[in-house]
Each structure stands twice: as structure tokens, then as C-alpha cells.
Design a protein around this ligand. Structure first.
Ligand SMILES: *Cc1c(COP(=O)(O)O)cnc(C)c1O
Length: 401
């Protein structure tokens, strides 16, 4: 029996069936843009572990930092001061509009923290009735109980009611947003560019309008930059595209370059709502996670990955748009930097993804008609040319059918 077959059998027998039939491959090694599977086959990665592997795979500086820290100290406890934790917090604060940071282990957990912080902020101000958070339809904030509430599909499945302190309204409609705000509203929480629903950017006017609405009503503006942050969109943070600063921002995916770590960042006035004992985490911000974060952030900021994301992203989008000129099945190419979606007129995204996979090209698909590209930020033009050639070939094959 091949190793892959054995792993699939073990998975079917012992792993909960949350992922169904996965793509039949198990990766063993990675280097830069390339992955190798258990059978020795080679793949080029244009999904980057869903926007996580920003540095590419096994980046030497990240590997070195993790190795060195693992040899020194992996974990202690947040009962004690942690050097890499305070240095990573400093680096995030000094490179963003934020003042204070708290580390969690994932995006969802960072978002849970912000929900708590937003409600506590008003409670401490003597306004305990302000607990409602307005989110956007098609939002994705994670898979924990609270973060799935805005996601109708997920929350209905788990039997959660919709009066649990969230309301969802359509994106890019300031009228509706304005009407949704009432005395119980404490915050508006949005992804400036929605990721999981297929790369849907909010308009500049919309985001600026949200800032104004929040200021007018004295409520908090929260940006979920778990996916869009850390260079993904061609700026270090997506809020920088909109000329607007949020009050609270969450990060995760690329923050540890693949090592699990999430962050909740806030301006001083909002962060001060947390007093000793209000929040915590056993693992969050431990020495190993933060040394990975320090190395990843250092490479992203100081090795030109943000600029590369902007430039390669522009090239990728223009090349995908050339394909759109050629193949009417492509409806729209959208995104910023290296957060790119391609909407099709037919529900064949999964088939196209599978055809790419057969040729050793890893891309993503969302909904039934959107292809998604979230490559490592180290991508070069030659990698983009390879992807475009394969897609061109696959699309031209479709035309013949
Ligand atoms: C991936 C993602 C999350 C959830 O992050 P996890 O680490 O999977 O919990 C939350 N928000 C956005 C915008 C995401 O893309």
C-alpha cells in the first residue's frame, strides 16, 4: 500500500469528518513556492496554505528562528514576562496605527477577544446595554461559536439564535448600515476585503463612511485583517488602502509564517477597557509562537515582501485579465496585491481547481464559481507566467468541449 493510501485510511478511520474527502495528496516537504508529496511529486503553491505561508515554505530565517527558540525555551506561561512577546507586540504597534496587542492562537480566537473587548469597553463606560455588533453578509470571522454567528449557514447548523448580539447586513450599502445602528450597537466589525466569500473588496467610500458612522455614534470600528493583513494586499495592512484607521484590528494567518498565532491589536483608548484578569490564554503569545512571529514579520517588512506583493499582484491581475479577454467563461478578476479572485460564469471552480492540481498547480476555489489565488508573497513573475500558461491551456481545453 502506498504511504498516501495508508494516511487516507487512517484519516477516514480516526479523524472527525469535518473536511470530507480532501484533495488526495499529503505533502512532506516544502521550499519556497514548491511542495513535494509523499510520492515524490512536485507542486507549485498558489494558495499558500490559505494566505498563511507568506514567506513561502521553510523560509531559512523562519526555520532558524523557530529552531533557535525551541532549543532555548518553547513555553513558560503568561504568569511571567516573555521577551519575544513584548518585542513582537512592539513591532506590530510601531508598524501600524495601533498601540496595544494581545496574542491568541488563531484568527477566530483573536476575533473572540475583540468581541469581548468591544462589549467590555461600553460596560466600563457605564453603558452595559451596548453589546450588539453589526457584521456584513458573507463575512467570515472564524469557526468558534461566537464568530460563526454572523455566518448564517454555520450558525443555523449549530442551532444558534440570531439574537445573540450580532446582525448581518449587505456590504457597500451605507444606508442600510446607518439604519442598522441603534442604542444597543457597540461596534461594526468588517473584513475590509472579504476573503472566504470570494475576495470581495469593500469600496473606499463605504469604508470611509463606516468610519464616519462609528465616529458619529461613538461606536467602535473593528477590522478583521486575519487574511488581508501583513502584506497580503500590497500594503502592510489593508486599512491603508482606504485612508481610514480602525479602532481594533485582528491578525493571524501570515503572522507566524505558518506557526499558529493570532493577534488582537487596539488603540490605547479601546485597549484600556481590559483590566487585569479580563482576558487571557495559556498558549497565546508563548516564546516559540512569538519568535516565529518576529521572524515572519521581519521578513515581510524588511525583505521587501509588501512591495513584492503589490508589484506581483498587479502583474498577476493583469495577466488574469488577459485570460478574461480570451475566455468568456471568466466574468471578473478582482482583488488587491496577492489576494485575488476570479469569478466564472459557470459553476466549474472545483473542476478547474482539480485540473490544475493534476498538473501540479495548487489554487483554491470558493462558492462554486470563484477561483482564489493567495500565493506566498515571495512569488516571482516566472511563477505567475507558469500559472497563467497552465490556466490558459485548461481554459482553451474547456472551449473545445
Ligand atoms: C481565516 C480567517 C479567520 C479565522 O482564522 P482561524 O485561524 O481559522 O481561526 C477569521 N477571519 C478571517 C477574515 C479569515 O480569513
Amino acid at each position: 500500500m502506498s504511504k498516501l493510501k495508508e494516511i487516507i485510511e487512517l484519516d477516514k478511520k480516526f479523524y472527525m469528518n469535518t473536511f470530507g474527502d480532501r484533495i488526495p495528496v499529503c505533502f512532506e516537504y516544502g521550499k519556497g513556492m514548491t511542495l513535494w508529496d509523499t510520492e515524490g511529486r512536485e507542486y507549485i503553491d498558489y494558495l499558500g496554505g490559505i494566505a498563511v505561508s507568506a514567506l513561502g515554505h521553510s523560509h531559512p530565517k523562519l526555520v532558524h528562528a523557530i529552531k533557535k527558540q525551541a532549543e532555548k525555551l518553547i513555553h513558560c506561561s503568561n504568569y511571567y514576562y516573555i521577551e519575544t512577546q513584548s518585542r513582537l507586540a512592539q513591532m506590530l504597534a510601531e508598524n501600524s496605527c495601533m498601540d496595544k496587542v494581545f496574542f491568541a492562537n488563531s484568527g477566530a480566537e483573536a476575533n473572540e477577544g475583540t468581541i469581548k473587548l468591544a462589549r467590555l469597553y461600553f460596560k466600563r463606560k457605564g453603558l452595559p446595554g451596548k453589546t450588539n455588533i453589526i457584521t456584513l453578509e458573507k463575512a467570515f470571522h472564524g469557526r468558534t461559536l461566537a464568530t460563526t454567528i454572523p455566518d448564517e449557514n454555520d450558525s443555523q447548523k449549530t442551532g444558534q439564535s440570531h439574537d445573540s448580539g450580532f446582525v448581518s447586513i449587505p456590504m457597500n450599502d451605507l444606508e442600510k448600515m446607518s439604519r442598522a445602528i441603534n442604542d444597543s450597537t457597540c461596534a461594526i466589525m468588517v473584513e475590509p476585503i472579504q476573503g472566504e466569500s470570494g475576495v470581495n473588496p469593500a469600496s473606499i467610500e463605504y469604508i470611509q463612511g463606516l468610519r464616519k458612522l462609528c465616529d458619529d455614534h461613538g461606536i467602535l470600528l473593528i477590522f478583521d485583517e486575519v487574511q488581508s493583513g501583513l502584506g497580503r494586499t500590497g500594503k502592510l495592512f489593508a486599512y491603508q488602502h482606504f485612508g481610514v484607521e480602525p479602532d481594533i484590528m485582528t491578525l493571524a494567518k501570515a503572522l507566524g509564517g505558518g506557526f499558529p498565532i493570532g493577534a488582537m491589536c487596539a488603540k490605547d483608548f479601546a485597549a484600556s477597557a481590559f483590566e487585569a484578569g479580563d482576558h487571557g490564554s495559556t498558549f497565546g503569545g508563548n516564546p516559540l509562537a512569538c519568535s516565529a512571529g518576529l521572524a515572519a514579520l521581519d521578513v515581510i517588512i524588511n525583505d521587501g515582501l509588501v512591495e513584492n506583493s503589490a508589484q506581483r499582484g498587479e502583474y498577476l491581475i493583469s495577466q488574469l485579465n488577459n485570460l478574461k479577454e480570451k475566455y468568456p467563461v471568466i466574468r471578473q478578476v478582482r482583488g488587491k496585491g496577492l489576494m485575488v479572485g476570479m469569478e466564472l460564469t459557470q459553476n466549474i471552480a472545483k473542476e478547474l481547481k482539480d485540473l490544475c492540481f493534476k498538473r501540479g498547480i495548487l489554487i483554491g476555489s470558493v462558492e462554486e464559481n470563484i477561483l482564489r489565488f493567495l500565493p506566498p508573497l515571495i512569488i516571482e513573475n516566472k511563477d505567475i507566467d507558469l500559472l497563467i500558461n497552465v490556466l490558459d491551456d485548461i481554459f482553451s481545453g474547456l472551449e473545445e468541449i
